[in-house]
Design a binder for this molecule. Structure first.
Ligand code: SF4
Length: 332
């Protein structure tokens, strides 16, 4: 089908409340983002964002709690034990975590996620969440990005005050990672069967991934009822197995985000881009990520300030320039 017809049909489908089929997603992903058709795809996604999220943008903040060598050795992650970057392990104290949470609440971040390596003690994490929610006042939602867990743990998370979970079956899960994809799906299913909301991006996207793989990862997120999806690039960390494969271009990242916007429509009304990209916002992303603490995409250390200098004020400025209002909840 002609690209322009394909884009128009995708836009109409999103506005009609439908989700795109796999074949259309793959066709949209094959449009060259450097061309005029690529620009039209981005514009269509931005128009859909205006209707679906009403030009409301939200900030997401991740706090990496533990800078620790992780035995899972994912091929893209600087914290993998075998890559040897982590020498002096650090785990943030409760006081430091509270300070960071308060700062993000002051920065008008809507979603604050506590991120850990795979085997962080979930009992400890649940106790920490309970303390944060009872100590730090504000209009924010607290979530986790942790290892695998079952429904019993999911319900204990809810009871402690957590509202959402970030989890995904990553691109080439089981090939570039040691996980069985079914283990990851089981955790997503536990979230689906609980009151927790699921956030799940297509990640970590590199030049090695084709449209079929990207479409399938997106469709897995939607199958488990992700309310926020989008795209996250793989940041090449030299010394990890995937470190020599280059990053995707900003236009390719923005295009993938635009396709998730058109494909998800009202089913996942909030579409996230990571790392932050003003072009992706122009092409339909209304969520982006700032992060501190242990960073799985950096070989040097754990970060005291926002990673890469990308903070809430810069994200807000970019969103505003692209016609969004940065908010802390769905409706004021
Ligand atoms: S991505 Fe997560 S599970 Fe994989 S090595 Fe890094 S911390 Fe461990």
């Amino acid at each position: 089908m002609d690209n322009r017809k394909l884009i128009n049909e995708a836009k109409s489908s999103a506005l009609a409340g439908k989700m795109l089929d796999r074949e259309s997603i793959i066709a949209l992903l094959s449009i060259d983002p450097e061309t005029e058709d690529g620009e039209l795809l981005g514009q269509a996604a931005r128009e859909v964002a205006s209707v679906v999220c009403k030009d409301r943008a939200y900030l997401w903040a991740a706090i990496g709690l533990d800078y620790r060598a992780c035995p899972m050795d994912c091929g893209f992650c600087s914290l993998g034990e075998s890559w040897g970057f982590v020498q002096d392990e650090v785990e943030y104290s409760e006081e430091e975590i509270m300070t960071r949470v308060k700062k993000f609440v002051d920065d008008r971040v809507r979603w604050i996620v506590l991120r850990t390596t795979q085997f962080y003690d979930l009992n400890k994490l649940i106790a920490l969440g309970r303390k944060i929610k009872s100590t730090v006042a504000g209009d924010y939602e607290l979530g986790v990005n942790v290892g695998e867990f079952d429904e019993e743990i999911a319900h204990r998370m809810v009871e402690a005050g957590f509202e959402f979970v970030y989890h995904s079956v990553r691109l080439r899960e089981g090939t570039d990672t040691k996980f069985d994809p079914d283990e990851r799906k089981a955790t997503m299913n536990a979230v689906k069967n609980s009151p927790l909301k699921l956030v799940s991006l297509v990640e970590p996207i590199g030049v090695e991934h084709n449209g079929q793989e990207i479409a399938d990862t997106f469709l897995t997120a939607m199958k488990y009822n992700a309310v926020v999806t989008g795209g996250m690039e793989r940041v090449p960390v030299k010394g990890t197995p995937l470190g020599d494969f280059p990053a995707i271009s900003e236009k390719r990242l923005a295009q993938i985000v635009a396709v998730t916007r058109l494909a998800a429509g009202f089913h996942a009304p909030d579409i996230c881009v990571h790392r932050g990209s003003e072009l992706a916002m122009k092409w339909g992303a209304n969520v982006t990520v700032v992060e501190t603490g242990a960073i799985p995409r950096d070989s040097c250390c754990s970060s005291q300030k926002e990673w890469n200098g990308f903070d809430a004020s810069k994200a807000t400025e970019w969103f505003q320039r692209q016609g969004y209002q940065v908010c802390i909840r769905d409706e004021d």
